[in-house]
Ligand binder design. Structure first.
Ligand code: HXC
Length: 257
């Protein structure tokens, strides 16, 4: 297909999306937004795919929304167009998505990484929400997801000053799951995605839904939601296979049903 701003590849059961506007440090313009959403939605519907990886370049995951493109925007137009709304569809994907971040993940770039389910950071990663320096605020969930990930004090300080934090600070704060040497980032992200993609797909989708429910509801409702999906897992052939394989001391062969 005719993508201009991203590279899209299949690596076995893993779908790989690489942001590819090197001259602009992968700044997120409208075309890139639409292409990422289209590629990810395509992988989500593809029965041969079990997980996805979104990555950028060595220098930048993404340095934010495209400042030159949005400079002249006016309120009624962006409001009526629901500008940036399509990014929400990334948060609604069923299958697990890993963000593999090296270099700058700023503004919309940090928000895009936080829209993913697992965030792996190279030791070179730098995260921040510098929108305030441009006279605006985050627009695809940064003020909400960063605050939930690292707490109010730290999120407030980062957002109000626009300062960047490195990979170690981000890991300590709970924003990233692991730090990986930059040279190994993509291989590690693909291996992690392959591990996930080899699980029962219904179980992985239930798991993702259940963890995400923790952000949307009370503890009692979240536990009830988990219990219902847990019970439902016993309606899958993969539950029978997974438990039979354990009892028979062999690896499971999941059918994703
Ligand atoms: C458009 C960008 C860009 C951006 C970099 N470039 N970031 N273009 N939008 N967000 C372009 C530069 O203009 C330059 O183009 C080229 O990429 C290389 O960038 P340099 O600045 O020369 O690189 P460097 O000196 O290494 O500095 C890297 C940087 C800096 C620290 C990341 O580029 C920077 O501060 N960028 C802006 C970061 C930012 O404010 N992001 C938040 C955007 S607001 P030329 O043509 O000169 O070579 C936002 C709102 C969120 O994201 C809303 C939801 C999406």
């Amino acid at each position: 297909t005719d993508y201009e701003t991203i590279l899209v590849e299949r690596k076995g059961r893993v779908g790989l999306i690489t942001l590819n506007r090197p001259k602009a440090l992968n700044a997120l313009n409208s075309r890139l937004m639409n292409e990422v959403v289209a590629a990810a939605t395509g992988f989500d519907r593809d029965p041969e795919i079990g997980a996805m990886v979104i990555t950028g370049s060595e220098k930048a995951f993404a340095a934010g929304a495209d400042i030159k493109e949005m400079q002249e925007n006016h309120f009624p137009d962006v409001y009526l167009d629901d500008w940036l709304g399509p990014w929400d569809r990334l948060g609604q994907l069923r299958k697990p998505v890993i963000a593999a971040v090296a270099g700058y993940a700023l503004g919309g770039g940090c928000e895009l990484a936080m829209l993913c389910d697992v965030l792996l950071a190279a030791d070179t990663a730098k995260f921040g929400q510098p929108e305030i320096k441009l006279g605006v605020i985050p627009g695809i969930g940064g003020s909400q997801r960063l605050t939930r990930a690292i707490g109010k004090a730290k999120a407030m300080e980062l957002c109000l000053t626009g300062r960047m934090m490195g990979a170690e600070e981000a890991e300590r704060a709970g924003l990233v799951s692991r730090i990986v040497p930059a040279a190994e980032l993509l291989a590690d992200a693909l291996a992690t995605a392959e591990t996930i993609a080899a699980m029962s797909l219904p179980a992985a989708v239930m798991m993702k839904e259940s963890v995400n429910r923790a952000f949307e509801t009370t503890l009692a409702e979240g536990v009830r939601f988990e219990r219902r999906l847990f019970h439902a897992a016993f309606a899958t052939a993969d539950q029978k296979e997974g438990m039979a394989a354990f009892a028979e001391k062999r690896p499971p062969s999941f059918q994703n049903r």
